[in-house]
Ligand binder design. Structure first.
Ligand code: MF3
Ligand code: CO
Ligand code: CO
Length: 267
């Protein structure tokens, strides 16, 4: 398989899926409070996707080679969990940070997006990590236009992140997306300028940096999915699905509740 190029009609399908995924995060925002469990959030998201949106939660029973089927409809990754956290019956507590990652399938097209949520009052350090990771994602997105290479995106994210003393997770990356959840290419969040695939209009991929407050090393828990930082430092992630246009980019995972892009100072 190679990189699929989306037509204008395909892009319209992905725009709809992207908006729906983002609207699930909008809907969940008011519910992310101390005392709610991630199972509750999963249930709310599942119902909204199936009953309100007439869509399908892509994670449910998703089973890439070497993995057991994913048991829930969203991923919820708390504090030192990096990604792929499985919702459970443990209540969120004041000061937790949680990534909620939503992927919906609508009319065969996937939309994939995640945001960080601070539960109640977060520490300065936790809020700073979330904000910096958001800016890291946007520094990657801002690079996207025809002629640029994937290494330019990774480089922008890595240099910004490491300059602040944080680290970028290497083992997981963004990905092409469309009729399939994970397509080519891999979108690394680190790299060298001028290397790897050249972007052309009609490519659609995610940018989803995972940033650790401590060291970049990770490990997988015994559940076969949850990834945590080895040093138990806090980790944050944001994700958008992005279309390469003739003149630059279009973020497809946007909705009324999307946080605004940050103002980017020269790197
Ligand atoms: N949404 C994740 C991503 O951004 C993938 C989750 S796979 C799952 O690529 F099975 F854990 F849902
Ligand atoms: Co993704
Ligand atoms: Co995702």
């Amino acid at each position: 398989m190679s990189i699929t190029i989306k037509s204008a009609a395909d892009a319209e399908g992905m725009r709809v899926a992207g908006r729906l995924a983002s609207e699930v995060l909008d809907m969940l925002t008011a519910h992310v409070k101390p005392g709610i469990t991630t199972d509750d959030l999963d249930r709310l998201a599942h119902r909204h996707i199936v009953e309100v949106q007439g869509a399908v939660p892509a994670p449910l029973n998703y089973a890439p080679p070497g993995y057991t089927p994913y048991p829930k409809s969203i991923c919820t990754s708390i504090n030192h969990q990096v990604c792929h956290g499985i919702p459970n019956d443990r209540p969120l507590k004041n000061g937790d940070i949680v990534n909620i990652d939503v992927t919906v399938i609508k009319d065969g097209w996937h939309g994939d997006t995640s945001r960080m949520y601070v539960v109640g009052e977060g520490s300065i350090a936790a809020k700073r990590l979330c904000q910096l990771t958001y800016e890291a994602m946007w520094r990657g997105i801002a690079k996207v236009r025809p002629g640029v290479r994937l290494g330019d995106i990774g480089h922008a994210i890595q240099t910004f992140t490491e300059r602040q003393g944080y680290s970028v997770v290497r083992e997981f990356c963004g990905h092409g997306i469309g009729r399939k959840f994970h397509e080519e290419p891999q979108v690394l969040h680190y790299g060298r300028p001028g290397t790897l695939e050249e972007l052309v209009p009609g490519m659609v991929f995610t940018i989803e940096p995972m940033v650790n407050a401590g060291r970049r090393e990770i490990k997988e828990l015994g559940d076969g999915w949850t990834i945590v930082t080895k040093d138990r430092s806090l980790s944050a992630q944001w994700e958008h699905t992005v279309l390469v246009t003739e003149s630059g980019y279009e973020v497809l995972t946007v909705s009324a509740g999307s946080p605004p892009p940050p103002e980017l100072q020269a790197a």
